[in-house]
Each structure stands twice: as structure tokens, then as C-alpha cells.
Ligand binder design. Structure first.
Ligand code: SAM
Length: 228
């Protein structure tokens, strides 16, 4: 366990996103890998953002902020909060959103920990391409869904996507690049059914669509107490 209750494995998952990695991320990950490795183009995920983004939005693990920068917002002055363990990603997203006249609030924390209520309550919360970076089984990662549910408004939505490790057909590019020697992910046991079960424990309504090797999800009606 590292300082502040965050495990070394959690820190490792976030610290990969150095400034050098972020500089290459939009081209190497979002443009090429989304299309050729995981067969879920970034445009499909941008549509998911545009469908679910609301005016008071929390983005967990924003990376380079590409989706938030490209997105269509439902209001002229959206209130955006960023949450990450890695300050590089929040700084880059902040800089990028300046030309949309958006100044996000930032909160440093791990998605696996309870979220401080002072962070706020949100109409939409996104965690896009975050859970395949986070250590643990769905039962362990699923604890995060319970924490997130507590900061989603009663009529709000939790949405995003994650690359599955099993139960989908990974091609050679995906396996060789990301699940091979560089061990970029922590998703070997992540399957679509486990994700559905874990999300359903925290939200009454869960919709998951698998595109390529990516589970795209939207969850509504946050449970205030765990499912029976
Ligand atoms: C693969 S990037 C995804 C970036 C962006 N959301 C996208 O879809 O392009 C993973 C993001 O999750 C963050 N992250 C990884 N582990 C985390 C954790 N335990 N808690 C919070 N953020 C985490 C990383 O720092 C990074 O911003």
C-alpha cells in the first residue's frame, strides 16, 4: 500500500501517462489502436460522449482530454470536473479545454477509492478507457461503481468504455502491442458478463454494447444502497 491509501498497482496504472506518452496518445492510441487493434473507432466513442454528456460532468481518467475537447455539450457553459491519480492528464486536459472557454475543477484521487462528497454531484460521470488500466477482478474494480453511484444524480448517467481481456476476439495487433510484452493493461480476466454484474450492483439500469473488443456502457438509476 502506497501513501494515501492508494496501492502501488493503482499508481502504476496511472503513472504510465507521462507527458511523452500523452504527446503520442491521440495518434497512436485514439487514431490507430482504436481502429486497428480494438476495432472500435474513436468516432464511435465520441458519439457515446455526445449522447450522454450533461451540463454538470465529472470525467474520471481524462487522459489527453481529446473526447472532452471534441464533444458537443448540452449547454454553453458546462461545469466540468476532472479526477485522476495523474496530474499530467489533468493539466493537459485543462490546457486543451481553454480554447472551448471551459476551466475544469480538478480532483486528485483513485477511481477505486470512495469519492469525497465535497467533489460534488453530477448529471453525468464518465470513465472512458479507465477500467482496463485499473488492477483487480470485476468484483474488486466493481467497488468503484458503488463509489461513483454516490456522486451521480438520481436522474444522471454513468458512461464510458473499457477494453475487455476475455470473452472477445483480440486480433494479433491488440495482443502483440498491448496484452503482450509491454503489459499496458490489467484486464486479463475482464469479461462482458462480469462487467454487467458489477455495474448492476451499483445501478438499476445498465446497458452494455460490445464493439470489437470494447465494452461501451451507460448506467442509470444509481443505487443508494447495495443491490440485495
Ligand atoms: C487509457 S487512459 C484513458 C484516457 C481517456 N479517458 C481516453 O478515453 O482517451 C487512462 C486514464 O485513467 C487514468 N487512471 C489510471 N488508473 C487510475 C486510477 N486508479 N484512478 C484514477 N485514474 C486512473 C490515467 O491516468 C489516464 O488518465
Amino acid at each position: 500500500m502506497a501513501a494515501g491509501g492508494v496501492t502501488q498497482a493503482e499508481k502504476d496504472g496511472a503513472e504510465k501517462y507521462s507527458r511523452a506518452v500523452l504527446a503520442a496518445y491521440d495518434t497512436f492510441v485514439l487514431k490507430w489502436s482504436n481502429t486497428y487493434a480494438w476495432r472500435c473507432p474513436r468516432e464511435r466513442l465520441l458519439t457515446h460522449y455526445n449522447t450522454h454528456l450533461r451540463a454538470r460532468h465529472l470525467d474520471i481518467g481524462p487522459g489527453t482530454g481529446w473526447y472532452l475537447h471534441q464533444a458537443k455539450y448540452p449547454s454553453a457553459a458546462p461545469e466540468i470536473t476532472l479526477m485522476d491519480l495523474n496530474a499530467n492528464t489533468m493539466a493537459m486536459t485543462n490546457r486543451r479545454l481553454a480554447d472551448r472557454n471551459i476551466t475544469p475543477a480538478v480532483h486528485t484521487g483513485s477511481v477505486l477509492a470512495p469519492i469525497d462528497p465535497s467533489v460534488g454531484v453530477f448529471d453525468s460521470v464518465a470513465a472512458n478507457f479507465v477500467f482496463h488500466c485499473v488492477p483487480g477482478t470485476w468484483a474488486e474494480k466493481g467497488q468503484a461503481f458503488g463509489h461513483i453511484a454516490q456522486v451521480v444524480a438520481d436522474d444522471g448517467v454513468f458512461f464510458g468504455s473499457t477494453i475487455l481481456g476475455t470473452g472477445v476476439d483480440h486480433n494479433l495487433v491488440g495482443n502483440a502491442l498491448y496484452n503482450g510484452p509491454i503489459k499496458a493493461f490489467d484486464n486479463t480476466t475482464d469479461d462482458p458478463g462480469g462487467r454487467q454484474t458489477a455495474l448492476s450492483a451499483a445501478f438499476e439500469s445498465v446497458d452494455i454494447t460490445v464493439v470489437g473488443t470494447v465494452a461501451i456502457f451507460a448506467a442509470h438509476r444509481p443505487r443508494r444502497t447495495p443491490a440485495p
